[in-house]
Design a protein around this ligand. Sequence first.
Ligand code: ARG
Length: 588
Amino acid sequence: MKTLLEMITIEMRGAFAKAGYDEDLAKVTLSNRPDLCEYQCNGAMAGARRYKKAPIMIAQDVAGHLQDSAYFEAVDVVNPGFINLKLSKKSVAAYLNDMSEEEKFGVENEEKPQTIMVDYGGPNVAKPLHVGHLRSAIIGESVKRILRYKGNQVIGDIHLGDWGYQMGLIITELKKRQPQLPYFDESFQGEYPTEAPFTISELEEIYPTASAYAKENEDYREEALHATYLLQSGHRGYRAIWDHIMHVSVTDLKKNYEKLNVEFDLWKGESDAQKYIPDMVQRLKSDGYARYDEGALVVDVQEDSDKKEVPPCMILKSDGAALYDTTDLATLVEREKDYHPHQVIYVVDKRQELHFTQVFRCAKKTGIVSPDTKLKFLGFGTMNGKDGKPFKTREGGVMRLENLIREIDDEMYKKIMDNRTVEAEEAKRTSQIVGLAAIKYGDLSNQASKDYVFDVDRFTSFEGNTGPYILYTIVRIKSILNKYQEAGGSLEDLVVLPAENEYEKSLMLQVLKFNDVFDAVYEEAAPHKLCAYIYELANEFNKFYHETKILSEEDEKKRSGYIALLLLSRRVLETCIDLLGFEAPERM
Ligand code: ARG
């Protein structure tokens, strides 16, 4: 199904052609002046040079061929040569009825669906999730859903940080505390215990303690580095500890991500890429891409057009150890082998941009990925507190994600209980649903690459550009639809009728933009544009609601026409919030 903009552009092209002008001038856009018109075409201005003619004359010629068009209620020519368009109420209603028939409201699947991997989340095992990991999860989840909606095969991969120095630190600290454990007995031949020697809370205490101690104590640090090395070279006991760490951590991570409504198709990590490193290194050497630089193995990635220095990609340290660059390259080897993706998108803190520039260039240059594989860095800004500094707890420590979520949920609970429409039990559940929307919408409504201020008071407000406001609007629509059904009305086979008033028409125009807006959201991987769209849609709905008697409308036909529009508005809104990664409660 064509978008409305596509349809009226075709109409406009026809009019340009009939008037004897080039069709390519017939570009139609949304109006810059919604007070004057709904859509506009500025093609006459562009045509003035080509035809050495006053734009107003061209516009008049073209408009003359649109007077009978069924699409428009008004085609006005305005100085110096704008063509201002107002859609006819009938064609708007007809378009909305066509949209309702479509499962995806006229959004067409990609002609050639792609296999796209989204690398997001990226938590580090054994370290508690903190707010820094929140953005990646929220943005990545939404981007994944948006790409999928367009019919692509999208694979979300959490890419755990599960292979580094933090593992060596935990092993070392565990050895210090419980040296009698069989993992540390080099002569031990038996089966290691299946039960982990720590719980998740112990693990979360062990890591920071060890990390802090290592900074003070050189011997301890050396030992942890050595333990990391032994683990990576296959030490049996350490590998068994690693398995325990992974099991305990991943169980906990799954719980946390589930609460966030974030779901990964793959739970792979840095460790999975290790087995691809030796061959990859060998090939980079034998194909002449890698060179030694002060003992380290590197691949140059500087390009002539670079304004700034781009340092070489580091493949191996002088002691032979692999690095972050190495792991990301080997992960691409693995992804290429297992999935052969058309595109890999990394949703990572924008401060890591240089790392990804190096990795992408190296992967392309050395043929780790094919030349037409798209590697895309979707870098996000920092989540700041009200003081403009990276978000902290009240005490100034690193905010744990769980605590942040709890704080928001409590705030929502208070607000919902103040409204006193639901029982405490239901309010608890509802506050979690609304709380999540508050967090996610608060994040996603900002352009991802920008820093933003996490403002609990603002994000949890039921008014303004917030998640709770959007949900409140959806709940309001649901409640009207329920009442309509309770009074005996059916939601089947309803037809949207031509608008009765300006408010209704504005709402309709906003609903019908969905497929055009979605395409822009998709092209730019820009959830914030979807937020802007639903905010406006919610506003239009609420204006219509306040100005129109819906359920008390006496004319049954009119009433059912309103209900048809409400039903479609609800479906569009629910689709959008699902693409953003949250949902609406029944009541709030
Ligand atoms: N674990 C990393 C961190 O916490 C993020 C991983 C990002 N993804 C990647 N493929 N490097 O900083």
